[in-house]
Write a protein that binds this ligand. Structure first.
Ligand SMILES: Nc1ncnc2c1ncn2[C@@H]1O[C@H](COP(=O)(O)O)[C@@H](O)[C@H]1OP(=O)(O)O
Ligand SMILES: [Mg+2]
Ligand SMILES: [Mg+2]
Ligand SMILES: [Mg+2]
Length: 400
């Protein structure tokens, strides 16, 4: 009897200590929900895991729509005020992505490239886009439910399209959407990308790029040619990154997410640049081909540049299919748009690269809808970036 009482008293004294000491020893990311009774622990989910999952599925669903338009002869092209083209694919993809974001993160701000004004004035255009949006869904019911299911009606589609009008800035959570990046490539039958990034207080935290015309194989040689059969299996890649967690690639599917693989840039340092492959825009109006050729020559690069539209260039160097992406300004007045770089900038840096402007400044996503504080883009493996940047500056200074 006495022994039993002593045991009970000892247990009463020790029990709180037994539950308290492990809490002191565990990192803060562990939650000890039922610790006192069962001693089981659960890890908190990794940062931005829901945002990443929704972004990947949203890009995948939007890419189903853009692929349908890509394979049609008439892509419903209209000219925007700035004379750049926009297609029914751009509008439809943007509406679907915003619908998914609104369903999951109703309080977040959105900076998106397109707006609904032209659709409000053109009933046929609105109806054509609505037909596409209404009929596009992921073939996995759980994945589709995650995105909130179909858009309600054509008028709601217009309201969604116009919700990408945030001025951007340095505060809070802001998504950046380019529903079709490289519209000229899309129209030409070349590369294009569906792009989505999340910024928190001006810093890119999540980046997703859907590239329907890139080969799935990370090792496939970098080429501007997308192959004769564009519907081939073996094409379509989804690149992703979360700040501090690396970058991945996976096959782009029409339903649930495929398995991912980590990606990294090739290790090219300042002394091995002769073997590097550099890529640049197809459009001579978007970056200075002449300056870029002079830089490549000074770096001792012998291979010709690979010309490719869109942020597919960022994805391609991030997975080591190429090494360097140069985007030197053609016009001093052009301001790059945040939706043209947010996802790619993070994916390259998380894969072991460095991305700066021609002055060596990191791209600054905190100053509005454009990269007003930057000029041009220089992206390269981190070890060779200082060398590449010094040659960029040498060539540009020689022109002054
Ligand atoms: N004058 C310009 N200088 C640089 N980029 C431009 C210019 N005009 C449009 N762009 C944008 O450049 C990006 C394409 O670049 P790339 O040449 O690397 O494919 C697109 O986002 C395109 O917009 P859009 O999204 O409307 O296609
Ligand atoms: Mg455009
Ligand atoms: Mg773009
Ligand atoms: Mg675009």
């Amino acid at each position: 009897m006495l022994r039993t009482s002593i045991l009970f008293v000892a247990l009463a004294i020790l029990a709180p200590l037994i539950t308290f000491i492990p809490r002191l020893l565990l990192p803060r990311s562990f939650t000890t929900t039922t610790f006192t009774t069962t001693f089981t622990t659960t890890m908190s989910p990794p940062a931005y895991s829901k945002e990443l999952h929704v972004a990947q599925l949203a890009v995948q669903r939007a890419a189903i729509l853009t692929k349908r338009v890509f394979h049609e002869k008439a892509k419903g092209t209209v000219d925007k005020n700035d004379k750049s083209p926009v297609t029914i694919g751009d509008f439809g993809a943007q509406a679907l992505i915003i619908a998914a974001l609104r369903h999951n993160f109703p309080d977040d701000a959105i900076v998106a490239e397109e707006e609904a004004a032209q659709l409000r004035e053109d009933a046929n255009l609105k109806a054509t886009i609505w037909d596409l949006v209404r009929d596009t869904r992921l073939n996995d019911p759980d994945a589709e439910a995650t995105l909130g299911g179909p858009v309600r009606d054509a008028d709601h589609m217009l309201e969604l399209l116009d919700q990408g009008n945030s001025p951007g800035g340095a505060q809070g959570r802001i998504w950046a959407i380019d529903p079709i990046d490289g519209t000229k490539g899309f129209l030409r039958g070349g590369q294009y990308a569906v792009c989505l990034g999340l910024m928190q207080d001006g810093d890119v935290k999540v980046g997703v790029l859907g590239c329907p015309n890139l080969p799935v194989d990370d090792q496939a040689p970098l080429t501007a040619d997308i192959g004769s059969n564009q519907t081939d299996e073996g094409h379509g890649v989804l690149f992703s990154a979360v700040q501090g967690h690396g970058a991945t690639s996976r096959a782009l599917t029409a339903g649930a997410l495929a398995e991912s693989k980590p990606i990294s840039m090739r290790s090219v340092d300042g002394s091995s640049l002769a073997d590097a492959t550099f890529c640049e825009s197809v459009e001579a109006g978007h970056s200075a081909h002449g300056d870029q050729a002079a830089i490549a020559e000074k770096l001792g690069i012998t291979k010709p540049s690979v010309r490719m539209d869109s942020q597919a260039k960022y994805g391609s160097i991030a997975r080591g299919a190429g090494d360097i992406y140069l985007r030197l300004p053609v016009k001093a007045t052009y301001q790059e748009k945040i939706w043209d770089h947010a996802a790619g900038d993070l994916i390259v840096r998380e894969a072991g690269g460095q991305v700066t402007d021609i002055h060596g400044k990191r791209l600054d996503f905190s100053v509005g809808r454009t990269l007003a504080n930057n000029k041009g883009v220089v992206a390269a493996p981190a070890a060779s970036h200082p060398k590449v940047l010094s040659v960029v500056q040498e060539v540009l200074n020689a022109k002054l």
